[in-house]
Design a protein around this ligand. Structure first.
Ligand code: AMP
Ligand code: MG
Length: 329
């Protein structure tokens, strides 16, 4: 959803190591939703059909961006932001459902994930190095409160004037999930779809797991660690995605809803789970929560794991990953 993420590969790098050029693999990437969207898929016989399937994915990503971008004045999301404090705004079932799920992740994370972060978040401009001052944060901090986002039978209403929402922490994962469903319906059995830091894998890669790299949060172009994965989703949130430095302080795009400022304590957080909507929302939540509270939350949830790189560079693993690693004690 963020147009300024640029063309750079984001938190994740998919490795195509040890793969000779193979006519049966199709890969393509484009800039959509302010990030790099990539699709890699294997097709058994028809290259034409594979191209058609990949095309559907990119069309779907553009459709979702049109619906949910806060930067398009004509998006449904922009209509909600303009009117929902005045009167309930009827929305599509799709947007309604994603907002509903966002509120679930807010409750699950004790408010660390909160799409109303945008009530202050919109005042940051990372490209131009602009941030709100203490007085404007203080005057708007009460507008960050997911409990004031009301779902009223297909309509959205805000409980406070000045409230805004932004789905930047969950919509890319949602778009990746939709894309994987489309590919599956298209008859594809092996694929990788990624949008910036959010990826999902369908099947494996030629009988072996996909190797997914987690970007090193401080060394550009380097990978901190690699994970073998199949049939799962992985999302990374990092303070290196969109930021500027002011008086030695890194001002970045993940906002702590309690303070209205950039969340401190981590360099990046990665969540692995069954679907990318979940991993996307939870990676953002874990970034805000930090290693201790974040991993405690993940350890209580079934089917989810996480890796947090803290603000000293130390790597913390959820207990599921510790159990899987024979070298850990
Ligand atoms: P991600 O890379 O998935 O962590 O998404 C970061 C994006 O999520 C930011 O660019 C914002 O659009 C949005 N965001 C920032 N802080 C929060 C928060 N506390 N809760 C939900 N979304 C957030
Ligand atoms: Mg996220």
């Amino acid at each position: 959803m963020q147009p300024r993420k640029g063309l750079l590969f984001s938190a994740l790098i998919a490795f195509m190591a040890a793969m000779p050029a193979d006519a049966q693999w199709l890969s393509h990437s484009e800039s959509i939703m302010g990030t790099r969207v990539s699709v890699e898929l294997w097709h058994a016989n028809s290259a034409e059909r594979a191209t058609d399937c990949a095309g559907r994915v990119f069309r779907e990503m553009r459709r979702i961006d049109k619906l949910m971008s806060p930067f398009r004045p004509d998006s449904e999301l922009s209509t909600v932001n303009r009117d929902a404090a005045i009167q309930p705004v009827p929305v599509s079932p799709e947007l309604y459902e994603l907002i509903r799920r966002s509120l679930e992740f807010s409750r699950l994370s004790g408010g660390a994930f909160d799409i109303s972060f945008a009530s202050i978040g919109y005042r940051y401009d990372y490209r131009r190095g602009i941030r709100p001052d203490a007085a404007s944060i203080a005057s708007a901090i009460d507008n960050i409160d997911y409990r004031q986002i009301r779902l009223e039978g297909g309509r959205i209403r805000f409980g406070r004037p000045g409230m805004r929402i932004d789905l930047g922490g969950i919509a890319k994962g949602y778009a990746v999930d939709r894309s994987i469903e489309l590919l599956r319906d298209c008859g594809i059995e092996h694929a990788l779809v990624s949008a910036g830091g959010d990826s999902r894998l369908l099947g494996d890669r030629n009988g072996r797991p996909w190797m997914i790299g987690i970007r090193h949060p401080r060394r550009e172009g380097e990978v901190a660690l690699r994970l073998p994965l199949e049939n799962s989703a992985i999302s990374t949130s990092g303070d290196y995605e969109r930021f500027f430095v002011s008086n030695g302080e890194r001002v970045h795009h993940i906002i702590n809803p309690r303070t209205g400022k950039s969340a401190a304590g981590s360099w990046s957080s990665t969540v692995i789970g069954p679907d990318a909507t979940t991993t996307d929302a939870l990676s953002t939540a874990l970034f805000v929560l930090g290693p201790e509270r974040g991993l405690k939350l993940i350890d209580q949830l079934d089917g989810l794991d996480a890796i947090i790189i803290d603000a000293t560079g130390q790597i913390h693993y959820s207990s599921g990953l510790m159990a899987a690693d024979p070298s850990s004690g």
